[in-house]
Write a protein of this length. Structure first.
Length: 335
């Protein structure tokens, strides 16, 4: 059973109280993880408190297992040695206290950096090959900034015009997603938990978009701007996003609420990015959506070859910065 978002402040207070009663100095708590249980970093004592609902049966098992593994010198995160090992109960929660291990920075060298190093050593042929391979990966991931950097390196090296500077008009279905009331959510769960939640959100949305042949163009901070060649695949991708969030909410007790807007239009494609009035309208369609809603413009409905989902009745909305009213529909994705 998961800890409800509304119970998080009470769970934090319970962990703080338990640690303080054991002689640890605690004046603030940072949320490290929040799902079916809560992981907190209690400061300045630097101890990790794992908090579960009282009916959760695994806390004592975890403590016993940690003690056994520590006794055999196994490489495992151990219980905090400053307090007696055990499960502490406060206000309907079970709390265990563990050592805090600071995250270690990655030492992995990116493909683009590796290619630059090869070029610096004079191995131009291998550098070009690896740059092109890196670009293919970045394009699949929608990493626009990295694509431009690789294009600049390839273009400068070959003395020609980089792909980043070519442009042409195309018709695409544009998707804009946005976490609803994200500012309030950050204030509720804290910066550390928000960062972890955002990483999970980004991973799930990128995967859903990619599986339906979309490309992420930009990360907007708490959402994405993506492009699809086919309108029906864009609708499928939007529904996949919402259903993933529902499943996570059901299985783990919480997932952010996301609104999604889709609009099909012509735009200028340049260097992995898109610009033009159609993109602007798409962003406004996204802003017109409500919590957990998928809103599609009539242009997207008309462009779709086949729509698997029921649509609401058409309605006319006045979008900010768009002179004429725009006809939109909602996708009934829950059925």
């Amino acid at each position: 059973m998961a800890i409800a978002v509304t119970d998080v402040p009470r769970a934090v207070a319970a962990a703080t109280s338990a640690a303080s009663a054991l002689g640890l100095t605690v004046d603030r708590a940072a949320i490290l993880h929040a799902s079916n249980r809560l992981a907190l970093r209690l400061l300045p004592s630097d101890v990790v408190a794992r908090v579960a609902l009282a009916e959760h049966g695994a806390a004592q098992l975890e403590v016993d297992l940690a003690l056994q593994l520590t006794a055999t010198d196994s490489p495992v995160g151990g219980l905090d040695p400053r307090v007696p090992p055990g499960v502490y109960e406060r206000d309907g929660f079970k709390i265990t206290l563990w050592r805090y291990y600071a995250p270690q920075p990655s030492r992995e060298l990116s493909p683009a950096r590796y290619a630059e190093a090869l070029a610096a050593e004079g191995d131009d042929a291998t550098a070009k090959r690896d740059l092109r391979a890196a670009r293919a990966t970045f394009e699949r991931l929608g990493a626009t900034t990295e694509i431009r950097r690789v294009d600049a390196l390839i273009g400068a090296d070959e003395g020609g015009v980089s792909v980043a500077h070519t442009s042409h008009k195309v018709t695409r279905t544009f998707m804009f997603t946005d976490i609803v009331t994200s500012t309030d959510l950050v204030g509720l769960i804290g910066d550390d938990a928000w960062s972890e939640l955002l990483r999970w959100h980004d991973r799930e949305l990128r995967d859903a978009i990619g599986k339906h042949h979309g490309v992420v163009i930009n990360d907007t901070g708490d959402g994405f701007f993506a492009a699809f060649e086919r309108a029906d695949e864009a609708i499928d991708g939007a529904v996949d996003v919402q259903r993933r969030l529902v499943r996570h909410r059901r299985d783990h007790g919480f997932a952010p609420s996301v609104r999604i807007g889709l609009h099909t239009a012509e735009a200028i494609h340049e260097g992995g990015n898109y610009r033009g009035r159609g993109v602007h309208v798409a962003a406004r369609v996204g802003a017109a959506a409500s919590k957990e809603e998928v809103v599609v413009s009539q242009a997207t409905v008309d462009a779709a070859k086949a729509i698997k989902f029921t649509l609401s009745e058409a309605r006319s909305v006045q979008l900010k910065g768009v002179q004429e009213p725009t006809v939109v529909r909602s996708v009934e994705w829950r059925t």
